[in-house]
Design a protein around this ligand. Structure first.
Ligand code: HEC
Ligand code: HEC
Length: 153
């Protein structure tokens, strides 16, 4: 089944609204070092999108960060780690990816070709579909996705 407005509507109706509503908005990143160091290669993800244990794993593994070297001076890393863990959300702390979290997968069960589109590129490219993602606002997706589903194929 290709990704379509009908499929999205079905998804909206069957999705678990209670869990999702917790995530429609997450507080934006307000920490300068996190914005700078963690916003270099991708959007600086909001701390509320992962539990503290996941952030700890990520900060422990910066030397090999998904194949990239993202190491930081110890004091900067400690500062960022503190900010992320203090403001962390819920989820499965064994998983380091937001996009592997169960709540995320429930909301993004699209056909696999969606992720290969040039306009998307990767699941972690939140801003491809949520234009206000950098502000922690994910509730606008319905209107956006209509554009996305029709316009970008
Ligand atoms: C040198 C570039 C680079 C820097 C700097 C960087 N990242 Fe990443 N990050 C990546 C890459 C590459 C991926 C994996 C992209 C993919 O495979 O989808 C990634 C993925 C992630 C993911 C998982 C996204 C998902 O798919 O759910 C998180 C979370 C993350 N980074 C957090 C951070 C944090 C926190 C920092 C700052 C301490 C940071 N990143 C700095 C390159 C970087
Ligand atoms: C290919 C487009 C696409 C990408 C990329 C994408 N999303 Fe989504 N996202 C959607 C759609 C469509 C929905 C609505 C699904 C639904 O409500 O059932 C959604 C829903 C959400 C919701 C729930 C909002 C609500 O109103 O319930 C959150 C939170 C969210 N996405 C976060 C993210 C994050 C964080 C990323 C990046 C790590 C991301 N999304 C990447 C398309 C995308």
């Amino acid at each position: 089944m290709r990704f379509s407005i009908a499929a999205t509507a079905a998804l909206l109706l069957t999705g678990n609204a209670t869990l999702a509503s917790e995530f429609e908005r997450v507080p934006p990143v307000t920490h300068a070092a996190t914005l700078k160091q963690c916003g270099e290669c991708h959007m600086a993800y909001q701390p509320g999108l992962l539990p503290a244990a996941s952030w700890t794993r990520i900060m422990d593994g910066l030397a090999d960060h998904f194949g990239d070297k993202a190491s930081l001076p110890p004091d900067v890393a400690a500062d960022i780690r503190g900010y992320l863990t203090r403001n962390a959300g819920g989820g499965d702390g064994r998983l380091v990816r937001i996009t592997d979290q169960r709540w995320w997968q429930r909301k993004h069960g699209f056909e696999s070709t969606v992720w290969q589109r040039k306009t998307v590129g990767a699941k972690g490219n939140c801003e491809a579909c949520h234009r206000t993602a950098a502000k922690g606002l994910y509730e606008d997706d319905w209107a956006l996705l209509q554009t996305f589903a029709v316009g970008a194929r």
